[in-house]
Design a binder for this molecule. Structure first.
Ligand SMILES: *Cc1c(COP(=O)(O)O)cnc(C)c1O
Length: 465
């Protein structure tokens, strides 16, 4: 399988190169040349364990890593980091909850980033290369990325977070990782400052080449690929249990990376659909799937901060397919969006924007009321992101079995749980109870490109000495 850019301006590359590249050089997103059809395999896949299924799915997309090595990478990614199951299903009233928070940072991003860390190390060891990852985070991505690459050979990671503006738990999940290859930078500014610095440094091609700069954000194809597995796994399991032909999934959505994996699973022939796209009040995506218009506004902070986005970085992949895999049409549409902060697609009168998607948003009141209701009626404590998905799925309603993706453990967001139920102590987890006592390491830097560059250059020079 080879990989191409949504903007059509780069030659096709093999999987390993696609993983190291992150974003394509023409500014597009990397996608597989074709989507494998696995319709005929679903029966045989129904009884597989999570790890065996992961191997089967990866094999269809990866042909430049020998099968035995791929199997070992999957084993290593999903054994120690997930002492329980990777993706257990639990019944909670009218819905099934797919618990994707059993990894080291208690958020679904661990599922992809554990595999990505192992893949990076494997590829670099064989090529003799090295990788210096620079990332900006408002919380969840940074900690999952750090835990994905900590202690790995040939990789260093530099994570910028806005000083004093991430939750104490999120900060501690990053700064208490003391491995030599992990560098936390508290930038004296906002998340936007950190992101601006990242863009400036990553856009400097000479610096990027000289220092082997890499990225781990959700545009990396390997992250989408790793996430396809749990949609196939849960849909086959529930189909077997209920006899229903198709399984509906509700996905708390920010950058469109998670739900895009569900879309790929459906295209491959898994019994997945419809997909319920659930946003908080930052609803650019739920508006798109209701109206066909994608229009940028201002970010409003909410109790589900990992979904507080305006422009969804993975949406371009969806648009590419929507436009009939026409790279030129996509380039034109992205130019329109850059200019007008708005784009739209054709929707035939009286039809849905996309019949595979249902969409809705839940505001703060509804999100907190959902946490309270699920605790009182079903004895289940939801985190505020998961609660957005549960709220939208149950409000729209369906006869089909519905899986709500639980994207974080409630212990990461005790304030929201306290506000909703009056009991913050309901939300706890041993790995978080300990965090405040552990030693931490972090460097505070001014919010300038020069300061971050200087820190990186100094660190890299020391490492080479
Ligand atoms: C990142 C994140 C999301 C949003 O996922 P996307 O792939 O960006 O749509 C939802 N919930 C939690 C807890 C997250 O960390």
């Amino acid at each position: 399988m080879r990989y191409i850019s949504t903007r059509g301006g780069t030659p096709a590359v093999p999987f390993q190169e696609a993983v190291l590249t992150g974003l394509a050089d023409d500014g597009g997103l990397i996608i597989p040349e074709r989507i494998p059809d696995a319709r005929d395999r679903m029966g045989a896949w129904s009884d597989l364990s999570y790890r065996d299924l992961a191997c089967e799915i990866l094999r269809l997309y990866v042909d430049d890593i020998p099968e035995a090595d791929l199997k070992r990478l999957v084993e290593e990614s999903y054994r120690d980091a997930f002492p329980e199951e990777v993706a257990p299903l639990a019944t909670a009233g009218p819905v099934q909850i797919l618990e994707l928070f059993h990894g080291p940072t208690l958020a679904f991003k661990d599922v992809a980033l554990q595999l990505l860390g192992h893949l990076f190390e494997y590829i670099l060891t064989r090529s003799g290369g090295e990788l210096n990852i620079l990332a900006a985070t408002s919380g969840d991505t940074g900690s999952a990325a750090i835990h994905g690459v900590r202690g790995r050979d040939r990789i260093r990671i530099f994570v910028m977070h806005p000083h004093g503006r991430v939750s104490p738990i999120q900060e501690r999940q990053m700064t208490t990782v003391l491995d030599q290859n992990v560098h936390n930078l508290a930038v004296e500014g906002t998340f936007d400052d950190a992101q601006r610095i990242l863009k400036a440094i990553a856009g400097d091609v000479a610096f990027k080449r000289a220092h082997h700069l890499g990225a781990v954000n959700s545009v990396n194809w390997a992250r989408v690929l790793a996430q396809i597995v749990y949609y196939v796994y849960a849909s086959l399991k529930l189909r077997r249990q209920t006899g229903a032909p198709q399984v509906r999934f509700s996905v708390p959505t920010g950058n469109f990376g998670d739900i895009l994996a569900g879309w790929y699973a459906a295209q491959m022939g898994a019994p997945v659909g419809p997909l319920v796209l659930a946003t908080n009040t930052n609803d650019i995506l739920s508006r798109f799937f209701r109206t066909g218009v994608y229009e940028r506004g201002e970010v409003t902070p909410t109790v589900s901060p990992s979904m507080d986005i305006q422009v969804a970085s993975n949406f371009e992949r969806y648009l590419y397919y929507r436009l009939g895999e026409d790279a030129e049409a996509l380039r034109n549409l992205m130019e329109v969006f850059a200019r007008d902060r708005r784009l739209s697609v054709d929707v035939a009168p009286g039809t849905a924007v996309d019949p595979l998607f249902e969409a809705g948003c839940a505001d703060e009141t509804e999100t907190l009321a959902t946490i309270a209701a699920w605790y009182e009626r079903h004895g289940v404590v939801l985190d505020p992101h998961t609660a957005v998905g549960v709220a939208v799925a149950t409000r729209i309603g369906s006869e089909q079995p519905t899986v709500c993706l639980a994207t974080a453990h409630p212990a990461k967001f005790p304030d929201a749980v306290r506000r909703a139920t009056g009991h913050g102590e309901l939300a706890h987890h041993p790995s978080i109870d300990n965090l405040m006592e552990l030693p931490a390491r972090c460097t505070t830097v001014p919010a300038t490109e020069e300061a971050v560059r200087a820190y990186m250059e100094e660190t890299l020079a020391e490492a080479r000495a």
